[in-house]
Unconditional design. Structure first.
Ligand code: MTE
Ligand code: MO
Length: 405
């Protein structure tokens, strides 16, 4: 018997043909069958409009987050001004508000597209597969940002086995990258969907409007019931806010307590002295000496990156006066402010000349006229205008002049 020379090839192409036929014929059962998702509220138009809204909330959230990151880790070229006083609390409030408003928008958006998870065939081409993979990255990264952000605002760190600011920062770049790819791929479809108004049946339009309205109302409601944690006039409405601006010792919330920072015995030691070290001179000031220096009072907010901000009436010594005391020029001085806390990420901070010279930048000894509560940084803490809470060092032990520029 003579074997046909193409037998093997014919056999393989038969298999390929069978696979092709299988891919072409959609399954008759399960979520991948045609017509498995009958809701008429889903439409390209709804998905596009939600996409635009999400693009806007994410862009604002990303930019305000990036700003906060750069203020806390300034590159050499970056200068952050000390005024206006409430600029940072404002940008931080916008960051949290847009992040929270994203929740219902993202929810409805995912609902509007999730049937596409089950499209048949799953991959039409290499490009199609790559595009689906990029959408998977976008969805996963966006959900990570929203969930980790909410956990942070709720101060629930247990489910996060990573350092929150670093994780939240790097995944933000992942979202932005995947989102730019997504916008690039979907732009023609979005244009077409938004232009196509006349073909939409009245009933479909109604249900789409209802859905959009509900998502928008949910976003507005979440904003209204949380924004009070940073915007005091609305604090009465802040029923969903994990923190309230006026709940805490001396009417101001606390993040790390003195006990938590293990400084109680150090700061209550009667031999406590604040050391100020300049280039040529150094002074040690005990509590009596600190209280004998000229005192100034300023109303300044603490704006915590955990989503709350609260204003207090602080009294103490101007940082610029302490710098002058050791013979340095306060107009140009960069200083290192160190806590008595032995470790912890927030035990020290660098103060640039913009803040050192500002007469509102205080080494505060009092809050609301009383000596600082232990948890607010007794006996002395930094409080400066337009500065993230993480940089307002508590339990100061030493101030060192770094450079003059
Ligand atoms: N030494 C030290 N200072 C610190 C911190 C800290 O953990 N250790 N936390 C910072 C953070 S994150 C904030 S929001 C403010 C909070 O100040 P408060 O507890 O007085 O409201 O203190 C800052 N100063
Ligand atoms: Mo904070």
């Amino acid at each position: 018997m003579v074997r046909h020379p193409d037998a093997a090839v014919t056999g393989r192409s038969a298999v390929l043909r069978r696979i092709a036929r299988w891919l072409q014929a959609p399954p008759r059962r399960g979520p991948m069958r045609p017509g498995a998702f009958p809701s008429r509220s889903r439409s390209a138009r709804l998905t596009s409009q939600l996409g635009l809204a999400l693009g806007a909330t994410f862009a604002v959230c990303f930019l305000t987050g990036l700003l906060s990151h750069v203020i806390q880790h300034p590159p050499t070229w970056f200068r952050w001004p000390s005024r206006p006083v409430t600029l940072y609390p404002f940008t931080q409030g916008v960051h949290v508000a847009t992040g929270l408003a994203t929740v219902p928008l993202l929810g409805v958006k995912l609902w509007s597209v999730y049937p596409r998870l089950f499209t048949w065939p799953p991959f039409r081409s290499v490009t199609h597969a790559a595009e689906r993979a990029s959408v998977a990255v976008l969805v996963a990264a966006a959900l990570f940002q929203v969930v980790s952000g909410i956990l942070n605002v709720s101060r629930w760190y247990a489910p996060m086995p990573f350092y929150f600011p670093a994780g939240h920062y790097w995944v933000a770049w992942l979202v932005v990258g995947a989102m730019l790819v997504h916008i690039g791929v979907q732009l023609p479809a979005v244009r077409a969907a938004l232009a196509r108004t006349t073909t939409e049946a009245d009933q479909d339009r109604l249900s789409r409007r209802n859905l959009l309205g509900t998502a928008g109302a949910a976003a507005a409601l979440i904003t209204l019931t949380t924004v009070g944690q940073t915007f005091r006039p609305l604090s009465g409405l802040a029923v969903l806010a994990p923190r309230l601006p006026d709940v805490g010792p001396q009417g101001v919330p606390v993040n790390t307590t003195a006990a938590g920072a293990a400084v109680v015995s150090l700061v209550t030691d009667p031999s406590y002295q604040l050391e100020v070290a300049g280039p040529g001179r150094r002074v040690s000031l005990d509590l009596a000496a600190l209280n004998a220096l000229p005192q100034h009072t300023a109303e300044l907010p603490i704006a915590c990156v955990e989503g709350w901000s609260a204003s207090g009436l602080w009294t103490g010594i101007r940082l610029r006066d302490l710098v002058a005391l050791v013979g340095a020029d306060p107009e140009r001085a960069t200083v290192l402010v160190e806590s008595l806390q032995a470790g912890g990420r927030y035990r020290a901070t660098t103060v640039a000349p913009e803040h050192t010279r500002d007469p509102l930048t205080l080494v505060a000894l009092r809050l609301g006229g009383e000596p600082l509560h232990l948890d607010h940084g007794y006996p002395a803490r930094l409080i400066a205008p337009n500065r993230p809470g993480v940089l307002q060092t508590k339990w100061i032990g030493r101030i060192t002049l770094l450079e003059s520029r």
